[in-house]
Design a protein around this ligand. Structure first.
Ligand code: ACM
Ligand code: ZN
Length: 745
């Protein structure tokens, strides 16, 4: 018979009374025990002891105040007591199992060893950590809210639901770990999440990751108080879920003739191959010739249950209608008819059998995943073949649609009906706005924030995951020292700086009505897997940037403090490394491109500059502002994108000057097909009419190295001139790239 039985059935008042009398009645007994055995926690009355304070907690708590009363030493094996009311036995059981197996490793009072707690015969001892869960214990009704008080006698936690108590335990573990001796300074915490949706997306299609690896990431998500895991289960490179309705999709669609990454490097298409003999589902298969893997339904159930025990909901994504090479290789009958364009990843929405296939898939997926949402993709569907396919054209005519964009919308609406019929809701990438948003859709805004802002203004729910802040496949430090990334530079500080409401408020202008913010469900970081070839690489890209997303999604508006966050993050990195996670080494961060921090000596500084490329003519002052571009390319004001046409840059120095060298910075980033110009020449002139050309040698670069690099291309001139011109891509116009600062000296 346990000394402290779970008191689920006691009324709140009864239990409070009982708790109070226990504390009074047995404080002496407990404290003398605690003083005698340091490992049990507690310190003598009046003794002033320092310890960790809640500003070490990540994500930052909403409110905390220091309190009198010294500190409390919390050590593993300390006793906890849980009083829970109005929650299911299963939830309580899972919570207790978590506490007992977590790094905090508390022991339920009286459960394991009555002798561990000195009691008077037949009476109960006080517990070091008291946790109360019950409806209406807190005024704050947000899911996950909790209160915690620490004094020299112990820790007291209250929450309306188990999620709140679970998050309090996360905070407690961090407080305990922040002090070598587990001392926690007396304090009061009131904490609750800013957003209900605090998510990460894992792309397990491009490169597969084992079930056990996903469970490991769920553990760290829980520490960060994140609560949504979006699994991108299908894409061009592999179908990762074994379904009874489509067994062929994993037998023939989950393995390739090597890593997708090798094909990027070699520029060759991937061939799908059949499941190799002896493959063990849920693991990554890679014998050097065949690469791939998938999860069985039981393994998916295990992931869902493991996540649920940690208050994380798993949301599946099945991509429709694009990103479907794997599907179309297995089911070529789903292609458009009379395909004119070489597009191999979009299904034909003119075919009924395509909808029948997805209906079966979605039904089975919805039975498997208890989540309210199913993500149905909807992004980057190239519609060119739809414009020429007789079946698509017939669909457009029959359904009185205007164009292929409305056909996309028709497709998403049909899928939404299937999902709604099962009592669930769709989430789609922001392209689902094209051709009209379906009725109940939630939009995931990834191409910046514009799609999300548009959807919110239409009273649709939105999850913000803008790629320029939250795409964790971008590099996080100086590209020369980083593994190959799918885009350039997105350091921790930029991720942290994202403030989701700003764009919405700005877009609404005078029409802004604060009540629309209820549609902003929350935030999500996306880890796309094209370049992520191993588990350690995956974790490296994820951490610590996921910490920043967790704090953005949890901590109150207006509480950002990057230096403080960075300090906490450095400590948290140490902690999670000890837990076996492979993180980016923030302590050795190079940061923004050092050469871009100080102005260069440049005769072109402030010169009048005109840029022509791809039919546009405009000024390009940023190319002569005296600063080299940073590592950031995309949406950067320091680099100019050169489309695949001739580019001409005219610079008027204002007067004739002695010139020795003329050049410019260019980007080479083969992983994104971003190249140096095919040809380049410098021209100089005294009158702006007669130009003397000086050819520029374009270096031959290694085809093996796909990393981002910046090169200066130019020529020695040693002449006098007022007008300078750079011309590129005149011979062959297929190159796409970026040009940065013009350098003239
Ligand atoms: C996406 O990054 N295509 C959603
Ligand atoms: Zn078609």
């Amino acid at each position: 018979m346990p000394i402290f039985a779970l008191e689920k059935c006691l009324s709140l008042r009864q239990s409070m009374k009982k708790l109070f009398s226990l504390i009074l009645g047995f404080a002496f007994c407990f404290l003398s025990y605690a003083a005698g055995e340091e490992s049990r926690g507690g310190n003598a009355p009046g003794e002033l002891r320092s310890g960790s304070t809640p500003d070490c907690i990540l994500p930052q708590v909403a409110q905390w105040t220091p309190a009198n009363g010294g500190s409390f030493v919390l050590s593993n094996g300390a006793v906890y007591r849980l009083q829970a009311k109005g929650v299911s036995d299963d939830q309580v059981k899972a919570f207790k199992a978590y506490i007992e197996s977590s790094s905090l490793a508390l022991r339920e009072a009286g459960k394991e060893a009555a002798s561990a707690v000195k009691t008077q015969a037949g009476k109960e001892a006080a517990s070091a950590v008291k946790i109360q869960v019950g409806p209406k214990l807190l005024k704050d009704t947000r899911e996950g809210a909790y209160k915690m008080t620490v004094d020299r006698k112990g820790v007291s936690i209250q929450a309306n639901g188990v999620a709140g108590a679970f998050y309090a335990v996360q905070s407690l573990m961090q407080l305990q770990a922040a002090d070598e001796e587990g001392r926690i300074a007396a304090c009061r915490i009131e904490d609750a999440p800013r957003y209900a949706y605090r998510g990460l997306m894992f792309d397990v299609s491009r490169h597969f990751h084992s079930k056990d690896f996903i469970l490991k990431q769920i553990d760290l998500m829980a520490q960060l108080k994140m609560n949504r895991l979006h699994l991108h289960l299908t894409d061009n490179e592999g179908w990762r879920i074994a379904l009874d309705c489509a067994p062929e999709m994993v037998k023939k669609g989950a393995f390739g003739d090597s890593w997708w990454f090798n094909h990027v490097l070699n520029g060759t298409p991937m061939t799908l191959v059949e499941e190799p003999e002896g493959y063990e589902p849920g693991t990554v298969y890679d014998d050097g010739k065949v690469y791939g893997g998938y999860y069985t339904k039981d393994q998916i159930r295990e992931i869902i249950a493991y996540a649920a025990d940690r208050h994380i909901e798993v949301i599946p994504e099945i991509e429709i209608p694009g990103h479907n090479i794997a599907l179309l290789r297995v089911h070529p009958e789903f292609f458009c008819e009379n395909r004119k364009y070489n597009i191999d990843n979009v299904v034909c929405p003119g075919r009924e059998e395509v909808f029948a296939f997805f209906e079966n898939v979605l039904k089975e997926v919805m039975e498997l995943f208890p989540s309210r949402y199913v993500h149905i993709g909807g992004d980057e569907a190239n519609k060119s073949n739809w414009g020429v396919c007789p079946l698509c054209q017939k669909r457009i005519a029959d359904e009185h649609l205007k164009d292929v964009y409305e056909l996309q919308s028709y497709c998403i609406r049909r899928v939404e009906k299937m999902v709604n019929a099962c009592g669930k809701q769709i989430i789609g990438w922001d392209e689902i706005l094209q051709g009209g948003l379906s009725d109940n859709a939630t939009v995931m805004s990834w191409r910046g924030t514009e799609g999300g802002v548009q959807a919110i203004r239409m009273n649709h729910d939105v999850i913000m995951t803008p790629s320029n802040y939250y795409y964790l496949d971008f590099g996080q430090d100086a590209p020369y020292k980083e593994p190959l990334a799918f885009n350039t530079y997105l350091p921790l500080e930029t991720v942290y700086s994202y403030e989701p409401e700003e764009d919405i408020i700005a877009a609404c202008g005078a029409d802004y009505d604060p009540s629309i913010m209820k549609h902003l469900l929350g935030l999500q970081g996306n880890l796309w897997g094209e370049c992520i070839v191993s588990d350690s690489h995956f974790e490296y890209m994820l951490y610590p940037r996921a910490f920043a997303i967790a704090e953005n999604a949890w901590s109150p508006k207006g509480s950002k403090n990057y230096p403080a966050f960075r300090e906490k993050t450095l400590a948290f990195i140490e902690r999670v490394r000890k837990q076996g996670y492979h993180t980016f080494d923030l302590a050795s961060e190079v940061g923004h491109r050092p050469a871009a921090a100080t102005p260069i000596v440049n005769l072109a500084l402030g010169a009048k500059t005109t840029w022509r490329n791809g039919g546009k003519e405009e000024t390009a002052d940023m190319l002569v502002d005296g600063y080299l571009g940073d590592w950031v390319l995309w949406k950067s004001p320091q680099w100019k994108e050169c489309v695949k046409r001739e580019l001409v840059l005219d610079i008027d120095l204002g007067e004739s000057k002695d010139l020795h060298y003329i050049g410019a910075e260019f980007v080479h980033f083969p992983a994104r097909r971003c190249q140096l110009p095919n040809d380049l020449q410098v021209l100089i002139s005294e009158d702006g009419i007669n130009y003397t050309p000086v050819p520029v040698v374009i270096p031959e670069l290694s085809k093996e190295d796909r990393h981002f690099s910046i090169l200066t291309l130019g020529a020695t001139v040693n002449a006098k001139a007022r007008y300078v011109r750079l011309e590129g891509n005149k011979e062959k116009k297929k190159t796409w790239g970026y040009i940065g600062e013009i350098i003239i000296n």
